[in-house]
Design a protein. Structure first.
Length: 311
């Protein structure tokens, strides 16, 4: 990866209006995105979330030069997105990957590495390494048309990572993956971020967004309603916390119950959280887990969108 010293992605006043025809042939307009202002920090993972039709994929398509904004400006690494050079060093996974089905996985991924500037031999080695990471080493020379949906998705992720990009833009990267590969792909994206890369992620699987994203942006009806951290949004709606501990002495608190040998769980209010933790430590308990009660980020986003819809 290169250190460009630029903001990886910046949008100012971005709007997108589509013209559509109904069955009578009459034209009407649809405001897909309205007045979007957003900037990503180098080395962060940013989750763009919201319901279907919120404008997430449209925003990503404008960023990648696939759709022209109706108004506003967008820049990649300091370069206008209209300039094809802006996408050098950017790995992209679309919501519906369209890789050449007649080519092998090795040909597709090594070709992506070549586009990013790697020499032929280096690109081949890069492709073999990435396909191995995605569990596809044994079928690297098999045409993509013979792959299952999950295998095609993993090949598309390898394609996005090829050439060691600085910025990774991934739209619904976990589609079609089983739980094992979903976890592995999230861990691979976390490793990319930890190595200094920047990730822009759109996903409906909010448990994985909660795990990966440093910040999130919530889109609703084409507008960016909030930019925050997952922890801050969850904390906005949390009223109680779950505490799990290991210790021999009974906490003697009706908020706690025994789960197994020397294992205890309890649910306490926000006000009682720190006093409870201090008392448990005094009793010799080891704190195993402290987490917000409820559905985590998914529950918090649902509450937020309910409020946004009511305004």
């Amino acid at each position: 990866m290169t250190d460009r010293g630029e903001v990886p992605f910046q949008a100012q006043g971005i709007s997108k209006v589509f013209k559509e025809r109904n069955w009578r042939g009459r034209t009407h307009t649809v405001q897909a995105v309205s007045g979007l202002d957003l900037a990503l920090e180098p080395g962060e993972a940013f989750g763009l979330i919201g319901p279907n039709g919120a404008g997430k994929s449209t925003t990503i398509k404008m960023l990648m030069g696939l759709v022209r904004p109706s108004a506003g400006t967008m820049r990649l690494n300091g370069c206008p997105v209209e300039d094809h050079r802006a996408r050098q060093g950017v790995g992209f996974l679309s919501e519906h990957p369209a890789l050449y089905p007649q080519l092998t996985a090795l040909e597709v991924v090594s070709g992506a590495a070549r586009i990013q500037g790697m020499a032929r031999g280096e690109a081949q080695g890069e492709a073999e390494r990435l396909l191995g990471e995605m569990g596809l080493a044994g079928v690297a020379r098999t045409p993509l048309r013979k792959f299952s949906k999950g295998m095609q998705q993993r090949a598309a992720i390898a394609h996005a990572l090829a050439g060691r990009p600085d910025l990774l833009v991934v739209d619904e990267p976990l589609t079609g993956l089983d739980p094992i590969w979903r976890t592995r792909v999230v861990e691979r994206l976390m490793a990319f971020r930890d190595e200094g890369g920047t990730v822009l992620l759109s996903s409906h699987i909010l448990a994985d967004v909660e795990r990966l994203a440093d910040r999130i942006g919530i889109l609703h009806q084409g507008q960016l309603h909030a930019v925050t951290t997952p922890a801050s949004l969850i904390g906005r709606y949390v009223q109680t916390y779950v505490i799990r501990t290991q210790g021999r002495q009974d906490p003697a608190d009706e908020s706690f119950w025994k789960e197994g040998s020397d294992q205890w769980s309890g649910e306490v209010s926000e006000e009682a959280l720190w006093p409870s933790l201090d008392r448990l430590r005094e009793l010799g308990h080891q704190i195993v887990e402290v987490r917000p009660a409820g559905a985590g980020l998914e529950g918090a986003v649902m509450r937020f969108l309910e409020e946004a819809g009511a305004k």
